[in-house]
Design a protein around this ligand. Structure first.
Ligand SMILES: C[C@H](O)CC(=O)SCCNC(=O)CCNC(=O)[C@H](O)C(C)(C)COP(=O)(O)OP(=O)(O)OC[C@H]1O[C@@H](n2cnc3c(N)ncnc32)[C@H](O)[C@@H]1OP(=O)(O)O
Length: 663
């Protein structure tokens, strides 16, 4: 997890009288306590030495710094004390009163990354020189925090309020080129000229041939207080709409406002206090857990819009064909036809005939057991699941499914392809639904169970989006289409009959020509711009269903609170996730957390399904499921894993010693 090396800075003083301080803490030169102490020591020494006229700060191996060492948050959250737990020690004592206020000028020489605390150090320097491709940003909000080393005060003063809000609230970095246009950096140079230019620049500042700017006191880019308040008001409204469940973006806006209204030093103190408080929040703990659970983050950081040129080039690489002739030279095939076992079996027999013997034969099935798909071939060592999530160009997860016959080389090659196409691959074992769909199959089923007994479909969807899901279960069923929902539901009925809730509502609606969004009618009706409108006719189908099945309205379910809905929707998901863990389909709980966030859109600030469940406690979840299973049947019955953890009062994520991993 994170950086284990403690890190340091080194200082070399050149004949030109410039002290070059280099941050060294691979792989991203994060700012551990040791790095910060060493930076402070070297800085103080540079200020004292008579042979030092100016200072340049840079990072080793082409990376300025990836920011504060995130792996140290755990210790701080656990109550670790030290100088850094004193609010303002770094932001005010070191960076503002020592570096920015120094009698000797400093310049930051930035290549690779200057993120979070890294950029905040650079902004306390009196100028910044960057390479055109470096990434500069304050991504702290993606960790449930706000910038803590003065970033909330200096960024608005360097790039203006609107742009700084955008950079902080979206956590997206800008490239050196854009940073130059914005005024965040003072010059762009190639990596081999970086340090020499920065040295010269620092001396020119000393000689007053370049401006000596303390960013904290710069005012030229700031709007008047009245205008600033309007911009901040608009930002607050946006944040309340887009992220209603988290408070740190609003805290960030408050802190920025304090600096504009009461002066930057007051802003620094407010920032320091707010940072300490947010560090201990559940949101921060959840998002840090997600950060360390994912194998590759850069795709998100780098994600940007595609240029027309890149689009044209990409499209030109795609070739269509109606036969198998051209398959003789391919290295990998990913089959993605509908969920029909005999069709898939036929395709794999044909692929085996036409593709070369080394070719990887992958299927994008979301539910069907791979052993069945490959049953009619002799190539079972090359058969693997490459399960992308809809919409595939947006959802970052790639579930790589292996059977006990898939060769390790095939897994490694597919993993490599996954990373190359900027997905987050997670290797899972083979079973119906694999890890993600299996864990989430109770999600729409719980919703169907509830509405048949009197709950309101549109309220359920609303509560789920309020909880942070991208959409509720009924909107999701409309999106995937009733054909797919019935096909995958059939897989669960056949494989897990004792706990699959069988509802005839969707077939009933389908018989009436409703297929979901594709026919503009499902649980919702759809007008222009894919807008989903609640449909009063839904009642008619539910009543018909009740008369067919004999299920009555349950007065309790007809007036569920939001908390009840969340629990009845997600505890069955947690229950199935426990089975997935117990069977070794996923190796560790963190894989299910990341898979639930990246594959199903579970809110990252809740840390993933298992992390969230552990914040509630296995005992409570078990007792609720047990209670509901007595009333509503096997769908809610808690599994043995959950029962055991609840009995021991143990967390669900603690490593499993008894169950053997299938991987
Ligand atoms: C007080 C301040 O305001 C507070 C802060 O500064 S909070 C920190 C702000 N910084 C960030 O949020 C940056 C987080 N890091 C990233 O976005 C990406 O890691 C990156 C863009 C720097 C590099 O991406 P990429 O090249 O894909 O490499 P990636 O696999 O993510 O990271 C390489 C390793 O560095 C670790 N790492 C990256 N940034 C780190 C950080 N700030 N602290 C500790 N470890 C970090 C990763 O966990 C990973 O470790 P691993 O190899 O053991 O899994």
């Amino acid at each position: 997890m994170g950086t284990n090396a403690k890190g340091r800075t080194v200082m070399e003083v050149g004949d030109d009288g410039v002290a070059l301080i280099t941050i060294i803490n691979p792989p991203v030169n994060s700012l551990s306590f040791d790095v910060l102490f060493s930076l402070k020591e070297n800085y103080e020494q540079a200020l004292q030495r008579n042979d030092v006229k100016a200072i340049v700060i840079t990072g080793a191996r082409g990376k300025f710094s990836g920011g504060f060492d995130i792996s140290a948050f755990g210790g701080l959250q656990g109550g670790q004390k030290g100088p850094f737990s004193k609010p303002g020690f770094v932001a005010v004592d070191i960076l503002t009163d020592t570096v920015e206020a120094a009698r000797k000028p400093s310049v930051a020489a930035i290549d690779g990354l200057a993120l979070g605390g890294g950029l905040e150090i650079a902004m306390t320097c009196h100028a910044r020189i960057s390479t055109p491709t470096a990434q500069l940003g304050l991504p702290e909000l993606q960790l449930g925090l706000i910038p803590g080393f003065g970033g909330t005060q200096r960024l608005p003063r360097l790039v203006g309020l609107t742009k700084s809000l955008e950079m902080m609230l979206t956590s997206k970095p800008v490239k050196g080129e854009e940073a130059f246009d914005l005024g965040l950096v003072d010059a762009l140079v190639s990596p081999d000229e970086l340090v020499s230019t920065a040295r010269r620049w620092a001396l020119e500042i000393l000689e007053r041939r370049r401006p000596w700017v303390a960013s904290l006191h710069k005012t030229s880019k700031l709007e008047s207080l009245g205008e600033a308040r309007e911009i901040l008001k608009f930002a607050r409204a946006q944040v309340r709409k887009q992220a209603p469940n988290v408070k740190h973006p609003l805290v960030c806006i408050d802190v920025i406002e304090e600096g504009i209204a009461s002066g930057p030093r007051a802003g620094l103190w407010k920032e320091a206090e707010a940072f300490q408080e947010l560090l201990h929040s559940e949101t921060c703990k959840s998002l840090v857990h997600i950060f360390f659970s994912q194998p590759n983050l850069q795709s998100r950081v780098k994600k940007g819009k595609m240029t027309q040129e890149k689009f044209d080039k990409t499209i030109s690489l795609i070739k269509g064909t109606l036969g198998y002739e051209s398959f003789k030279d391919v290295d990998m095939v990913i089959e993605a036809v509908i969920e029909n076992i005999s069709l898939k079996q036929q395709i794999f027999s044909e692929l085996e005939k036409y593709c070369p013997p080394h070719c990887i034969l992958a299927t994008n099935t979301s539910t069907i057991d791979l052993n069945l798909i490959g049953e009619k071939t002799k190539s079972q060592d090359r058969i693997v699941g490459a399960h992308f999530f809809s919409p595939a160009h947006i959802m970052p997860l790639l579930e790589i499914v292996r059977t006990n016959k898939t060769s390790p080389q095939v897994i490694i090659d597919l993993f490599d392809v996954g990373k190359k196409i900027k997905k987050t691959p997670v290797v899972v074992g083979n079973c119906t639904g694999f890890a993600v769909n299996r864990m989430f199959f109770p999600y729409p089923q719980a919703a169907l169970l509830l509405i048949e007994r009197g709950a309101d479909a549109y309220q359920i969807d609303k509560v789920m989006t309020k909880f942070g899901m991208p959409m509720g279960p009924f909107r999701l069923l409309d999106l995937v289409g009733f054909g797919v929902a019935i096909a995958s539901g059939t897989q669960y009925i056949e494989n897990f009959p004792e706990r699959t809730y069988t509802s005839l509502l969707i077939p009933l609606m389908q018989d009436d020509g409703r297929q979901g969004e594709s026919t503009q009618k499902g649980f919702y009706t759809y007008g222009d711009k894919r807008r989903a409108n609640p449909d009063p006719e839904l009642k008619k189908y539910i009543e018909k269903l009740r008369s067919m099945s004999g299920v009555d309205i349950d007065p309790k379910l007809a007036k569920l609170s939001e908390k009840d809905i969340v629990e009845m929707m997600f505890f069955p998901v947690v229950n199935e996730a426990c089975r997935v863990l117990a069977e070794g389909i996923a190796v560790k709980a963190a894989d299910l957390d990341i898979a639930s966030v990246m594959g199903m859109g579970f809110p990252p600030y809740r840390g993933g399904v298992i992390f969230w469940a552990d914040s509630i406690g296995s005992k409570y979840i078990y007792s609720k499921l047990e209670e509901w299973s007595k009333i509503y049947g096997g769908f809610f019955k808690p599994c043995a894993y959950l029962a055991e953890r609840a009995a021991k009062g143990a967390s669900l994520s603690a490593p499993l010693d008894e169950a053997k991993s299938r991987l």
